[in-house]
Design a protein around this ligand. Structure first.
Ligand code: GLN
Length: 283
């Protein structure tokens, strides 16, 4: 890139380079340049004639190439917004997805009391636990993860957002919760089968595979969580699970077989049944 390029020139070049790789090339070109320059995106629009220096131009070019190779934007800029909260993310955690906001919505709709004991199993970046802590300051929220690296990301997010009341515990699903009872059990576990061609998308290759796939049996983690939930649920409490687009009937069947009632699935914005909830019987 030559020395006299303006912000607008750089954005045009980068947009052309990203076209065909990402859905919204101009938007991503702007987000990456704003990140490199350390300015709000609006500044690029208001000052298209600025001339970023050599260091910035070189760094921008390298970030654009990382994005062209498929690295998720969220890892490159180190952040992703979830439930309007800016969450730090690293390759130790799954990038929070918009469909997971549906799980947060259902949790809020199902339990409206100002106090509740809630657990988020496999919290990753902390997205679900943090969104709920933000919405319901009176709830007691626990979050578990088998990955210490993920817990470090989640804890740092809690600190950065001033939502430090969350209890973070290390372990697999209910393992660190012996004897503990909750009103709400929530999880977005890995649910993509190891041989699902969806995993071949370049972006997913950058994410922790343990957060995406349980192995050959796509339902393995969902089943384990459903099996473990009754001994940790208050009578009348709820479980809310995210799952794959084709898995709602299978998850519902597991829940019914385990004795849950009021089983209901909800569609995400793409129209896929993505979240299933069920109640542990009241009596
Ligand atoms: N929704 C994610 C995807 O399809 C998967 C998340 C998960 O396995 N929990 O990329």
């Amino acid at each position: 890139m030559s020395a006299n390029l303006t912000t607008e020139d750089l954005l045009r070049q980068a947009t052309a380079r990203l076209a065909g790789t990402v859905d919204m090339p101009r938007l991503e070109a702007e987000l990456l340049l704003a990140h490199v320059l350390g300015v709000p995106r609006a500044r690029l629009r208001s000052h298209p004639e600025d001339r970023p220096d050599d260091v910035a131009r070189t760094r921008y070019a390298s970030l654009i190439e990382r994005r062209v190779s498929g690295e998720p934007l969220a890892y490159i800029v180190g952040e992703r917004e979830f439930w309007s909260l800016p969450l730090a993310v690293s390759p130790a955690v799954l990038v929070p997805r918009p469909e997971t906001e549906l799980l947060v919505e259902r949790a809020l709709a199902l339990h409206t009391a100002p106090t509740a004991r809630v657990v988020d199993l496999g919290t990753g970046s902390g997205a679900i636990a943090l969104a709920l802590a933000h919405e319901r300051p009176g709830w007691s929220i626990t979050a578990t993860d088998i990955s210490q690296d993920a817990l470090a990301v989640a804890r740092a997010n809690a600190e950065r957002l001033g939502l430090q009341r969350i209890e973070f515990l290390h372990g697999s699903w209910f393992e660190p919760l012996a004897g503990r009872i909750f009103d709400l059990v929530l999880s977005n576990p890995p649910y993509v089968a190891a041989d699902d061609p969806a995993l071949l998308q370049p972006e997913l290759g950058y994410e922790p595979s343990a957060a995406l796939t349980p192995g050959p049996d796509a339902l393995a983690c969902l089943r384990e969580i459903i099996a473990g939930a009754p001994e940790h649920l208050e009578r009348g409490g709820w479980i809310v699970l995210e799952h794959g687009a084709q898995q709602a009937p299978l998850v519902a069947r597991e829940l019914v077989a385990r004795g849950f009632t009021h089983v209901r699935s909800h569609r995400d914005l793409a129209g896929h049944e993505r979240v299933t909830e069920a109640q542990w019987p009241a009596a």
